[in-house]
Design a protein around this ligand. Structure first.
Ligand code: FMN
Length: 404
């Protein structure tokens, strides 16, 4: 008998009260990199709403690994606020994870040495172009070899702040995904060339983090089950990576895909929130670019429930660790089906932004599914004072709250 999604589940060393995990959705609540009281309240509310575990999104493991200045950065001064956050979540009976990330070249900031953003190979940096950083350079071997230590130090820091788990961000076109994908890694040294070479850095990161906090905190990885664009990595490479991560002692693997810079709607599916994105864009040039190029550049993908289920089942067939289904989980029936498939947990992003108390409502038999419509306007809300579901805005659609 597959487990009832409302029963406790073990994730490595950590027991969760049920099988529902809030996926990382960038909160936009850490001005200048410092976690705010709003961030604490956001996660407290999700914990009160019944999730087994919530996930703090997109925390940079090092100041040079940030995408933009208002991104949570894991330096010692962030600990007191993070401690209040973990305390508030624990008081409400849930566990709390944090996503450890490094942006690689996907950045509009100069590293501390004043040079260019950097990733596996020389590349055009579309994201940094409007900030005067249109180019990114290839990392030196010494720079690459410093990365596992940065992830391990960040993991130690969040352990001190009371987190129960860390989620290594291996997807969406950030540093570790840039190394994994043949589209962005054109190196010919031991960190590129073959699938083994491209996996070398992500695996070194996983081992370093396991060594630092494994057995105390659950260590999971969010990975691309496929890149979803031509020249990117496919399911076979994801299965090979999953096997190696499993062998390295990872506790869980979460299904995702795509690249924030190349096909951002691939990992979401649903509507293209162009009008809302234009409304929050501060740069006039970028607003024009979005208006003119947005419809051509931002390809849409129709929404489907549990859209990474099939590649997720491929992972299940090849690993012994927990596999966590993410992507279009919107209903009680989706969670029941996931348990029957063998997934250990489900993660939900937009469904829980729309209905932070969805799990309580499942428990009470008051709801069967979320009210989220995959309008994706929550994406724009991140840059408008903090992520929210726009169904709560007047008229049920995005209304700019904090004009630039
Ligand atoms: C507003 C918003 C912000 C997001 N921020 C992040 C993030 O910081 N890190 C990440 O890995 N994924 C992020 N995602 C992707 C989600 O974690 C998830 O992969 C995606 O929403 C699909 O899951 P869902 O169908 O349950 O929403 C974000 C998604 C949304 C809607």
């Amino acid at each position: 008998m597959p487990p009832d999604p409302l029963t406790p589940g073990q994730l490595g060393p950590v027991l969760l009260r049920n099988r529902f995990v809030k996926a990382a959705t960038f909160e936009g609540m850490s001005p200048a990199g410092v976690p705010s009281p709003a961030l604490v309240e956001h996660h407290r509310r999700l914990a009160e709403g019944g999730v087994g575990m919530t996930t703090v999104a997109y925390a940079a493991v090092h100041p040079d690994g940030r995408t933009f200045p208002d991104q949570l950065c894991l330096v010692p001064s962030a600990i007191p606020a993070l401690r209040s956050l973990t305390h508030a979540v624990h008081e409400a009976g849930a566990r709390v994870s944090i996503q450890l990330a490094h942006a690689g070249f996907f950045s509009k900031l100069r590293p501390a040495d004043g040079g260019l953003p950097r990733g596996p190979s020389l590349t055009f940096n579309k994201y940094g172009a409007a900030s005067g950083l249109p180019l990114a350079r290839a990392m030196t071997v010494a720079e690459i070899e410093a990365i596992p230590g940065q992830f391990a130090a960040a993991a130690e820091l969040v352990a001190e702040a009371g987190f129960d788990a860390v989620e290594l961000h291996l997807g969406h076109g950030y540093l570790l995904s840039q190394f994994l994908s043949p589209a962005t890694n054109r190196r010919r040294d031991r960190y590129g060339g073959s699938p083994d070479g491209r996996m070398r850095l992500p695996l070194a990161v996983a081992r370093a983090v396991r060594e630092a906090v494994g057995g105390r905190l659950a260590v999971t990885a969010k990975l691309n089950v496929l890149d979803g664009f031509s020249g990117g990595a496919g399911v076979a490479e994801a299965v090979a990576l999953a096997g190696r991560l499993d062998a390295a002692g990872i506790d869980g693997l979460t299904t995702s895909g795509g690249s924030t810079s190349r096909n951002p709607l691939f990992l979401l599916r649903g509507e293209r929130p162009l009008a809302a994105m234009i409304a929050v864009e501060r740069s006039a040039l970028q607003r024009v670019a979005l208006r003119v190029l947005g419809p051509a550049v931002l390809r849409t993908y129709p929404f489907e429930e549990t859209f990474f289920r099939e590649p997720g089942r491929e992972l299940l067939a090849h690993v012994g660790c927990s596999v966590i289904l993410l992507g279009g989980v919107v209903s009680w029936a989706n969670a029941v089906q996931a348990m029957a498939d063998g997934f250990a947990f489900v993660q939900m992003g937009r469904a829980l932004l729309a209905d932070p108390d969805l799990v309580r409502r499942f428990e009470r038999g008051e709801a069967q599914r979320t009210r989220c419509t995959a309008c994706n306007q929550c994406i724009a809300a991140m840059d408008d004072g903090g992520v929210r579901c726009v169904l709560d805005d007047p008229g049920g659609r995005f209304v700019l709250r904090h004009p630039a």
